[in-house]
Design a protein around this ligand. Sequence first.
Ligand SMILES: [Fe+2]
Length: 721
Amino acid sequence: MDVSLLRAAAVAETVARVREIERRHGATREAIERIKAELVALGQRAGLFPLEHFPVPAGKTGEIYRLSEDADRRFALYASAGMPGKAQPPHNHTTWAVIAGVHGDEHNVFYDRVDDRATPGQGRLRRTGEHTVRQGSAVGFLPDDFHTIEVVGDQPSLHLHMYGLSLEDLPGRIAFQHGDGGAFSVFPASPTIGAPIVAPAALKRMLRAGEELALFDVREEGEFAEGHLFWANCLPLSKLEMRVAALAPRRSAPVVVMDGGDGAVARRAARWLAHAGYRDISILGGGLAAWRAEGYEVFTGINVPSKAFGEFVEHHDGTPRMEASEIAALAAAGGPMVILDSRPMNEYRRMNIPGGVDCPGAELVHRIFEVAPDPATFVVVNCAGRTRSIIGAQSLINAGVPNRVVALKNGTMGWHLAGLQLERGATRHAPEPGPGAKARARAAADAVARRFALTFVDRAALAAFEEESDRRTLFRFDVRDPREYEAGHLPGFRSAPGGQLVQATDRYVGTLGARIVLACDTGTRSIMTASWLHQLGWEVHVLDRALEGQDLVAGPEPVHVPGLGAIACDFVDPPALAAMLEAGTACVVDLDTSLRYRDGHVPGASWAMRGRLDRALARLPAGRMIVLASSDGILARLAVPELAGRDARVLLGGTRGWKAAGLPLERGATALADETIDVWYRPYDKEAGVEQAMKGYLDWEVDLVAQVERDGDTRFRLSPR
Ligand SMILES: [Fe+2]
């Protein structure tokens, strides 16, 4: 196990014992003595605290790193790194505090406050003793004890500092300028607390070891797509609150946060995650630049593990494929044939192969005996590019359907590049399977389950997984169509249509090494999805007879946005905003993705990105009220605190509410106040050079096979012959 993981385990055990000491003994001298013994023991395991994990930034004399903190901000443990000469004036803590040594010497002088506290802003101290804390020793303080610290000697120091409450929650701390007292001020004005550093080589080892780990690249998706680690999950700082709870539900699991290299965005994300209750957070030192400098592979694009996996499957399984021109000729010849589009309806509707019907990934085996009951029917599976064509066709082949099945080579992009016409706006979908077709599909899926030795769990096993979910991350997905999910699903299960879960696993699962349980009605869709997640390297289980006799809940998946409720803001409803725009008293800033902004926004709205609103605000007319908008208004609300000092409101109901009020939308990228690095633009999202982008994209997919081999971190499993 890597040092940072061992350290996290040791820290968690120590903090658990400290909680118990305080519970039994309160904040007393007796408790302090016992806590000192715990921290001395932890500090003696110096190998867990290498100085390179806790660097002192250039130009500073010290840095504080958060090792642990409870969700309610209690029991905060820090590693305090200092260079010789680092010193703090006499200060108190307003909570109990214990310091124990790991590396180097930290000299403490102790004081009592001896004035009658009658004079505001003034006081007197009396020196009572001193002690140099180094490995094997500790000092402790009650809330109103005062001390100074100074790093002495010529070695950098690292000390464990533990407090009853987070340093960020101690606004009443004061510091005197001198050891005899006098005027005092709030101490420190604004504590900055970092997260321990993990080096690229250590992260590489952690990824290979396969233990639980959430690796979050917190840059915007457009930047991420320009280059990232194979297993990095794109979690932009601007969307952190909206996505993290779903991506990394176990907050005690190790999290590594990274950015492009300077660490500024990573530190902001790490701090937010710590406040949201994530307990084991590190930052990749030097970010992507350092990873690249080590000579490790850097991948472009998005959903790379799944895309690479699709290529891997085609390579290994020899998935049959057919050129667009050949399929067009067969279609024209008029033989029995179905073209099944394995993408969700919204993607299908945008452009599809003429005559094709929508049948998303996991629905293929479930519906095939209804769609193509005659074994003589030729079956073509397509998507926009390669992955879902390959996985879809191979699903039918693995399930042993008797029909001839091929993947349309390069999907709708290949069709377009061959000079063939696409159909737009179609809404045809594959029919619901009848009882006979369902039973045949399940029998076919069972053969797949046997071949891949998939595991089935019953309710009791699921309950045991749920009980363990504070120690081992558990994801529960309902892999049916989202409309079926909304009509009724198992409580606690999230909606993840099976085809999309395979195609973009990183959109649903943020913790590597987690355990996944899948549910559907007949089992077919769970089994087929599980067969792919298993090959992708996940621990996956199929919930047997998942919905039978269960109480289901209706409605969409609840979205949990930590902190949203605590944001105070004023709203403006669509008609009022329309009047303000007419009068020229407001300007609208749309924070949605630049693609959705392009598709339609409040007329005159500027587009900007949350997280760097300061850049955009400089370009807006002064003196007008700012109204923030996003599609549903949530992102706009989250951005309100970033507008401190400006007169700002949030558009009630978001752009959707504006549209629902019958107000007009403006289309096009009309007023961009920032660079559109927020999302990755698919080839067909581009406004120019579409064909070239399509060719580049398809080449990129094919090239992933070689790049993945060089990287060496995949966990793909070959299918048994
Ligand atoms: Fe202190």
